[in-house]
Structures are given as C-alpha cells and as structure tokens.
Design a protein around this ligand. Structure first.
Ligand SMILES: [Zn+2]
Ligand SMILES: [Zn+2]
Length: 275
C-alpha cells in the first residue's frame, strides 16, 4: 500500500456531491484486496466503508447540505432503476455489477476510495444518508456495509417471528456475525447464541448483554433454534452445523460465496447449500 497523488475529483452534474471521509472502517474484504487475491491490475484506490462530510453539492441536490455528516453507500448506484428499487444496489442497472468504492478489481471501474482526501458521489440523494448531530463518526464507520449486513441478516426474520431464538455459527469473517448478534439482542430475540472457534470473537459476543457464546469447532448440531446464521460457508463447518440446528419451518440464512447475496430457506434438518 502507498499514498499516491491523483487528480482531484470534481462535480460532474446530475446530482453529484463531493465528500471528505472522516472515519473509514477496514472491511474484511480489504486484506484480500491488499494481498492481491483477486486478479487485480493495480494500483487502485482502497476503502469503502466511511462516514464523510459533504464539502460541495450540485445545485439540484435539495435534501442535503454542505457541512452535513453522512453515511456513504459503498455501492455506486442510482437509487431509481428497477434493481435499486428492489434493494439490489450492487447490481444497479446503470453501472457494471459490483461497482463499489475501493474495489476496482470487482467491477473493472475505478470510482475512487474512502482512504482519499476527497471522493465524488453521484446520485447524492440516493447514496448519502445524514447521521444524527453529535454522533461519533468512528463508531458509525461500518454502517455503510457490515453493520447493515448484520442487521438484514436477522431483522426481517425476527419481524416475522418476534422473540425467536437465534444461533450464529461463525468460523471466520466475524464482523457481520457479531453485528448480527447486536441486532438480535437489540430487537428482542429470545436466546441469542454465538458459536465460534475464535476466542476474541467469543468474548466480544459475550460482552453483549443477552447473548451467550459457545466455544466449539466440532460439527455437532446445537439444539433446535428458531433461526440460524452460518458465517463463511467456504469453511463448511458453519453450514454443516447450522443446518441441522434449524427446526422445521425455521430459517437458515447463509452468506453466499464472495458476494453480498444471501440465501434463505426453511429447513427440515437437511443441509442447505448456499445459492
Ligand atoms: Zn465492507
Ligand atoms: Zn440503480
């Protein structure tokens, strides 16, 4: 990694904003990008989870103001097409698939990265979301990606089954699973269990009031739970354990390989391959 001077981004019309990143979270995908595990032809800008300050906006942008602190969507997306309307902002009709900040190797297009002095944000009214006055940018830096992933993993299911028990099986990629634990506790889940072979992740999960953590690397199933969420299915232990722990008509939600798509299904105890 190194700092490079690049031309300053400018407003290009069409609802743009320029933002100055204030706090940037290190996503779990960033080390893979840095180590060159993707077929990347560098250099490319890095960083995609940030809280930023608006320093300039197009005249047509009404809902935002210079000086506001905002969450910046890491997926470059218009907010108006059919895909965006369904919440699939990773495949916005107006941009190549996986058009993201800080991840040029995924889309082939360089949109800039949040570890920069200045970033251009198109479709600012769709992509920027003001944070409450006085909120700590560092505490919120991951809201653009992993916090929301943790939230959407459980919130929809708990809304359908209030008070359900939730089991998280986490072998690697722990941040989303841990945000899921926080969400489950905050939304009033029944018994929240976090199973992992990662000592630090276990202690972080246990520090959440209302969550219990279990150290285990075996494939033995837990007792029936209302909802399970295996993390990192490329390590098959997570899926192997979570599926048998899911009761009939329960939900097992698996993270699919290397993307932000998730599969969800009812289970009668049969293993559920990620789709
Ligand atoms: Zn991320
Ligand atoms: Zn779109």
């Amino acid at each position: 990694m190194e700092w490079r001077e690049v031309p300053e981004p400018r407003l290009e019309g069409g609802g743009d904003a320029l933002v100055r990143p204030l706090a940037v979270a290190r996503c779990e995908i960033d080390p893979f990008l840095v180590r060159g595990l993707f077929p990347a032809k560098g250099p490319f800008a890095l960083g995609h989870e940030a809280i930023a300050e608006i320093v300039a906006i197009d005249d047509g942008v009404r809902r935002l103001a210079v000086g506001q602190r905002v969450v910046v969507s890491f997926q470059v997306s218009c907010g108006r097409c059919a895909a965006c309307g369904e919440g699939h902002t990773a495949i916005c009709d107006r941009y190549p698939t996986l058009s993201d900040y800080g991840m040029q190797p995924l889309s082939g297009v360089e949109y800039g990265g949040m570890l920069s002095d200045l970033v251009r944000v198109p479709h600012a009214e769709a992509m920027l979301h003001p944070i409450p006055l006085g909120a700590d940018p560092v505490a919120l830096a991951s809201v653009a990606d992993n916090v929301v992933d943790g939230y959407r993993t459980v919130a929809r299911h708990l809304a359908r089954r209030p008070g359900a028990d939730v089991l998280f099986v986490c072998h690697g990629n722990r941040s989303i699973a841990l945000y899921g634990v926080q969400t489950a506790v905050a939304l009033g889940a029944g018994k929240v269990t976090f199973a992992s072979d990662d000592a630090q992740a276990l202690s972080l999960a246990e520090s959440r009031d209302g969550a219990s953590a279990t150290r285990s690397s075996s494939t033995a199933a837990f007792g029936a739970t209302g909802f399970t969420m295996p993390s990192a299915p490329r390590r098959p232990r997570g899926s192997a354990r979570a599926s048998p722990s899911t009761p009939v008509r329960g939900t097992c939600r698996c993270r699919s390989r290397g993307s932000t798509r998730w599969a969800s299904s009812s289970s009668s105890g049969e293993p559920i391959p990620p789709r």
